[in-house]
Design a protein around this ligand. Sequence first.
Ligand code: XIL
Length: 365
Amino acid sequence: MLNIDRRTFLAMSAALCASPAWSAQSGGDGLRVRAARNHRLYGTSVDSRNLKADPRFAQAVATEAGILVAESETKRKAMEPAKGQYYFGGTDAILNFAHSNTQLMRGHTMVWHEANPAWLEAELPVSKDERLLTDYIAKVAGRYKGQFQSWDVVNEVIEPKDGHPLGLRTNSIWYEAFGESYIETAFHAAREADPKTPLFYNETNLEGDDAWFEPRRTATLKLIERLLARNVPLQGFGMQSHLKAFRSKYSEAVISKFLDEIAAFGLPILITEFDVADIRGPADPAQRDTAVADLTRMFLDVAFSKKAVLGCITWGLTDKYSWLSLTPAYKWSDGQLSRGLPLDGDFNRKPMWTAMASCFDKSQA
Ligand code: XIL
């Protein structure tokens, strides 16, 4: 049961590389074209303020990306900042940009413990009212019905360190109020409001070869198995893939096995938040760029050897706007930009871009 109809997907990809408008700019075809030629997707997360305020960024996004996702603006904190008061301006702006540039968009994310507005964090633990989950999903899934390529219904629900026997994240208001059942409640509510858009489960920290990754992979696979056994409308898997070039170990065999295990459930896979942290790397940026590009090539070659992998979205396009430069665990203390995305801070293509382009060129979907 491959839930996204592969033929529809291929037709969409063909449309994405059809127009010459994205070719031969700043030194050749953008990644969207390189990906689409081999029936895969490339895209990036964006923030609507940057698209609006920075024309060079907007141009680079139009040239390189075939699919967009909001970095923050489709999260609940942004969409329902006060109870019952919705703000859709950010998401709408990105959707409009995507339409003007023949791009797809995906929704990220309906339920994430880190994106709850403060009022909800205060209210849910007291009321335990399921409508605080389902009404919101009905509202946003209904509003964007049929408009997204896929929707992340739940995000980051596994955390073996919390001590749950099945590895579930228990340190979240959702688990505390409802136990595991909130996950399937969310999927059913999304399906009811938007019957057609493929519904994804998105998860983080699955690709490494250090000991702590293995229980995360096991718990993720077990969760998917339980959801599918209960006929939960889960139709795709998002593998975030925030890699760390100088902090984690990686093995092709481990990544390959995990992707095969997900694919064996019949689920399509999207690499949803790819980037490569360069913190703790050598002082020379050129050396870091080489290491980032090498790891990118290794990872994407394995990923694109799988038919189930639909494509790769990077978590940002340019180092100018990268969460890696702002997040304490990844940022450089001297204020320099991180170098974990395809374009540098001045929109030049880096070795990581070249690695991605060649992986897309080689890939056969
Ligand atoms: C991050 C954004 O990049 C930040 O701008 C925001 O403040 C917090 O969220 N996993 C996810 C993403 O699923 O939504 C996160 O994005 C990065 C980690």
